[in-house]
Each structure stands twice: as C-alpha cells, then as structure tokens.
Design a protein around this ligand. Structure first.
Ligand code: AP5
Length: 191
C-alpha cells in the first residue's frame, strides 16, 4: 500500500492558511492538521513537552523542529491508519528548510506544496482584526512584526527550494476567500 498523500501548506502569518484549509475540508473531506493548533493544544495539555513552547510562540519564533515533527507524525499516522485515502493538509509546515528535508526523508514526500502569497500590510491588518477576539498570545503588533521577520528569514527559503524544484503551487491570497479557494482548487488540480 502507498503512503499518505501529504499537502504542505505554507504562507505568512495571517495569509489565510487555516481559512483555506477549512474550506478544503468542507468541500473535499480532506484531513487538516495545523502545526500551530497542535502546539497550542500541547501547551494547553500541561504536558512536559508543552512547557517551553508558549514562550517561544509568544516571541514569534519557531519552536523546536523535533517537537513539531513528532506532533505531526503522530497526527499523520493516526489519520492514515483510519482514512488511508484522505489527502492530509499540514497547515503551517514546513517553516524552515531543515523541517522540509527531515520530514520528506524520514516520514514521506509531500504530494503537493501549496503556498499562499500575501503582502505584509494585508497580513498585519487581518491579524490585528483577529486580535480583537482570538485571545492568542501572538496576535499583537509587536509579535506580529516578529512573526513576519521569522517568515521572511526562515520560511521564504523553503518556497524558493520548492519553486526551483518545480513543485510549488503558488496562490495569491489577496482577494475574497471564495476567489482564493477557487484558485487553490485549480492549482491543486481538484477542480
Ligand atoms: P500558527 O498558528 O501556524 O500561526 P501563523 O502561521 O502565524 O498563522 P495563523 O494561523 O495566525 O494565520 P493563517 O495563515 O492560518 O490565517 P487565518 O486563516 O487564520 O503558528 C503560531 C506559532 O506556532 C508560530 O509563530 C511558531 O512559534 C509556532 N509554529 C507553528 N508551526 C511551526 C513549525 N512548523 N515550526 C516551528 N514553529 C511553529 O486567517 C487570519 C485572519 O484573516 C482570520 O481572522 C481570517 O478570518 C482572516 N482572513 C482569512 N482570509 C481572508 C481573506 N481572504 N480576506 C480577509 N480576511 C481573511
């Protein structure tokens, strides 16, 4: 039997990764795991593994790659065991070259690499608006600035890597949600 069909979903903070993943779940019944949500759940669980994560996330920095990959591996294994045919969206992963190479070498290659492209101004506007209700420790202007820097320094090279390999599906994320969704489906060959 072949392995899981993985889709990496990459984009800056507030580019709309989570929103578009949920729309893909609704329309196609795919599985969706957000690295940020898995990390926040780990913090909330009070586990030893979660103890150091919160401070790093509040700083807008990347947490330990080993923790992220372990959490995703557990989620992917469970999903694949229960629903082997489902495409699995990994939202917010990989965020640095080493994450990409380690995952593809040790777990499995990604079938799709999806990127949402959005200006810093638009992402900042969306996150500040969400900050009014999200309660997230990183939805404030100081941390948003740091998250944007982390994206430009650590994650932009991941996009270059997959673009050079001809594997990147790049979608403009500055439009209404439905237009972005339609372009995403086209880009992935789902419609
Ligand atoms: P994570 O939780 O992944 O946060 P993020 O990547 O910064 O992005 P968000 O989830 O906040 O935004 P999004 O792109 O999903 O946008 P959304 O759809 O929510 O990560 C948090 C932290 O965890 C990281 O900083 C890091 O510390 C750690 N971490 C996570 N993954 C890691 C990894 N792999 N390695 C190491 N550390 C990791 O939309 C945002 C808002 O915009 C919403 O209000 C939405 O309604 C609105 N919106 C969406 N689309 C549109 C649109 N088209 N028009 C107008 N508004 C829109």
């Amino acid at each position: 039997m072949s392995g899981p069909k993985i889709c990496f979903v990459i984009g800056g903070p507030g580019s709309g990764k989570g929103t578009q993943c949920e729309m893909l779940v609704q329309k196609f019944g795919v599985a969706h795991f957000s690295s940020g949500d898995l990390l926040r759940a780990e913090v909330a669980s009070g586990s030893e593994r979660g103890q150091n994560l919160s401070a790093t996330m509040a700083e807008g920095k990347l947490v330990s790659m080993d923790v992220v990959i372990q959490l995703l591996r557990e989620a992917v294994d469970k999903s694949f065991a229960e629903h082997p045919d489902k495409i699995i969206l990994l939202d917010g992963f990989p965020r640095e070259i080493e994450q990409a190479t380690k995952f593809e070498e040790k777990i499995c290659a990604a079938t799709y690499v999806l990127s949402f492209e959005c200006s810093q101004e638009e992402m900042t506007k969306r996150l500040l608006s969400r900050a009014l209700t999200s309660g997230r420790v990183d939805d404030n202007i100081e941390t948003i600035k740091k998250r944007l820097v982390t994206f430009e320094t650590a994650t932009a090279p991941v996009l270059e890597h997959y673009k050079a390999a001809g594997r990147l599906v790049n979608v403009s994320a500055e439009a209404d949600k439905q237009t972005i969704f339609d372009n995403t489906c086209k880009g992935l060959g789902l419609c």
